[in-house]
Design a protein around this ligand. Structure first.
Ligand code: AMP
Length: 601
């Protein structure tokens, strides 16, 4: 790879050297972008998978596990788990087939009907993967939740998703589920995964994994599965209203598989590590499904970010393909290149990043420190899989998200007066990023929110809610969100959910929540709060509110900063003007204030 100065262009984003790849990079799965895009069809991509034996349909778990367990890869490590304390557990494809079959049989034994939602609330432990894949085998809908959520977001999601089964651990159950269990009447079964050192002490209202999963039969025949059957439920947030449950179907595996090959360049012998938690879509699509359908070994590490621990994993496990996130990369950059020296990371072949804007310096830092650039890619919960990417054999323009994957039609569109949208052909013009509807992992609905779902589609385009530009070479450049959602350390946070939790506190009259730019986390959650009569702003109350929000929402979602205001700016229709709060916070122009009703700085 060589670094070559970029060609200056008056409207181009800040210039960083383009990382030029040799033409037709030897060994890359997608060596000739134009040719593959031209010849691509989803039917041909689907043909790379097996389908259920006897033409009985398509099931993600069969493609991820059983087809390998029945063939030459049966003895290959599928999942390599590394525990927080350094302990390890390995499951071959054969082991994973037996384990997931046991879980599917356990669901049957409990009388869980096909189509029921099976939630998992756990850290990154093997049972999470087993439960997700086992639920898919039983034709249930799997929904992993982020274990750092507080009781409030968990209760909301279990309620919207009508969770009938929850797999969790004893400690998470006691802290987060027991207090809300009475509000979850539809939750029939809670299965507790044993924790290290925990004996067999029965927790009332729960079942012990060791008693119902371990003894179940390791043989299971996946029932016929229509590719359009619901498979995965992932929650995401909008500006207003409750979290949205994006529904994905079994056919999504076609996108997972082909993007694993093309965007992550997975090869047969790879050891792959996706650092994302399956509580967020990346950790499921690329921490579980894509590596397994591609038959590689997937590293599943329990510990949270710690640079030395991560470098240790990369070295010890001989990771060859690493998929991580900008916040983690920036945290590593802060510690400097020195921290990497001394580790032998010679096995690393391909580095990719997703979830939030990847600054050009971070791309180049990868090149400097690991000898490879980070390849930024773009997608979101609703798209189910990678849509736009810097590919292995493609020049990287640091700061750009890359180009659309084969089979993905992307455009920059602007709204027309008649309510439609018009694609913008000219380069470097800002508009909304849109995708031609119809790829296999496109969400099939927001649970119970038909109208909200319908509004995402205009004239055959799926509108992503992201603002972006496309340059003359077809590379896409992220500009920002079109709405008020917040991206903090890669986690998408709905301001409404945070405002609601704050409003539950007896002192709070109104709350407005924004994302405040942060050099490491991208954004942090900041809340503006107006108090009810009789309450006075004080440091003690500020701390109390921070603690209240943390307890209700969990550390990831709760605000890091709270500022008191006498009144919050509202529109005449009564909506808090987060845009204005943000502009003032950042010292930016306040924009159109014609709808402003109440105001006080
Ligand atoms: P989520 O649904 O939680 O995966 O969040 C999706 C959102 O994260 C997108 O709509 C973008 O706003 C943001 N995002 C994801 N990947 C990127 C990227 N490579 N660059 C900039 N923003 C990104």
């Amino acid at each position: 790879m060589v670094l070559e100065p970029a060609t200056p262009s008056p409207s181009a984003p800040p210039l960083y050297p383009r990382i030029v790849k040799p033409r037709g990079l030897v060994g890359a799965n997608l060596a000739d972008y134009e040719a593959v895009c031209h010849a691509f069809s989803w039917t041909a991509a689907r043909a790379l998978l097996d389908g259920l034996p006897g033409g009985r349909g398509l099931n993600i778990a069969h493609e991820a596990v059983d087809r390998h367990a029945a063939g030459a890869r049966a003895g290959r490590e599928a999942l390599r788990w590394i525990g927080q304390d350094g302990s390890r557990r390995t499951l071959t494809y054969r082991d994973l087939r037996a384990a997931t079959n046991r879980f599917a049989n356990a669901l049957r034994g409990l009388g869980v009907a096909e189509g029921s939602a099976v939630f998992v609330l756990a850290g990154r432990i093997p049972e999470l993967v087993i439960a997700v894949l086992g639920a898919l085998k039983a034709r249930c809908v799997a929904s992993p939740l982020f274990s750092a959520f507080g009781p409030e977001p968990i209760a909301t999601r279990l309620t919207i998703g009508e969770g009938r089964v929850l797999v969790t651990t004893g400690s998470l159950y006691r802290r987060k589920i027991a207090p809300i269990r009475a509000h979850l009447p539809q939750l029939d079964h809670v299965i507790l995964v044993p924790e290290p050192g925990q004996g067999e002490s029965a927790v009332p209202g729960t079942l012990d994994w060791r008693r119902i999963v371990d003894p179940a039969s390791p043989d299971f025949v996946i029932p016929p599965t229509d590719p359009e059957d619901r498979a995965l439920l992932h929650f995401t947030s909008g500006t207003t209203g409750r979290p949205k449950g994006a529904i994905h179907v079994h056919d999504a595996v076609v996108t997972h598989h082909i993007t694993g090959r093309y965007a992550l360049d997975l090869h047969d012998e790879d050891i792959f590590w996706c650092t994302a938690d399956p509580g967020w879509v990346t950790g499921t699509s690329y921490g579980i499904v894509a590596p397994l359908t591609n038959g590689v070994t997937s590293v599943f590490a329990e510990a949270e970010f710690d640079a030395a621990a991560w470098y240790g994993i990369l070295q010890r496990e001989r990771v060859s393909v690493w998929y991580t996130a900008p916040t983690a990369i920036r945290m590593m950059m802060k510690l400097g290149a020195e921290a990497v020296r001394g580790y032998d990371l010679g096995h690393l072949r391909f580095l990719a990043s997703v979830g939030e804007p990847l600054n050009p310096e971070a791309v180049l830092w990868g090149q400097e420190v690991f000898g490879r650039p980070f390849h930024d890619n773009w997608w979101q919960t609703e798209t189910g899989g990678i849509m736009i990417a810097n590919l292995a054999a493609m020049d990287v323009k640091p700061g750009s998200m890359g180009r659309p994957l084969p089979g993905i039609g992307a455009a920059i569109v602007q709204r027309a007066a008649d309510g439609g949208v018009v694609p913008v052909e000219a380069p470097m013009v800002q508009g909304e990023l849109a995708l031609r509807a119809g790829w296999p992992s496109m969400m099939r609905g927001y649970l119970h929110e038909e109208e909200r779902y319908r509004k995402c589609f205009v004239g055959g385009w799926y509108l992503t809610g992201d603002l972006a530009m496309r340059d003359a070479d077809g590379y896409y450049w992220f500009v920002g969100r079109a709405d008020d959602v917040i991206k903090s350390s890669g986690h998408l946070i709905g301001p409404f959910e945070v405002e609601n939790a704050l409003m539950e506190h007896p002192a709070v009259a109104e709350a407005g929540v924004i994302g405040k730019p942060d050099p490491v986390a991208g954004e942090i959650v900041k809340a503006f709060v107006a108090l009810k009569p009789g309450f006075t702003a004080s440091e003690a109350l500020r701390r109390e509110l921070l603690g209240h929000a943390r307890k209700r929402l969990g550390a990831v979602v709760a605000p890091k900063e709270i500022e008191f205001r006498l009144v919050l700016p509202r529109t005449r229709s009564g909506k808090i003007m987060r845009r204005l709060l943000k502009a003032r916070e950042l010292g930016l122009p306040e924009g159109d204030l014609s709808t402003l009703e109440s105001d006080a700085r």
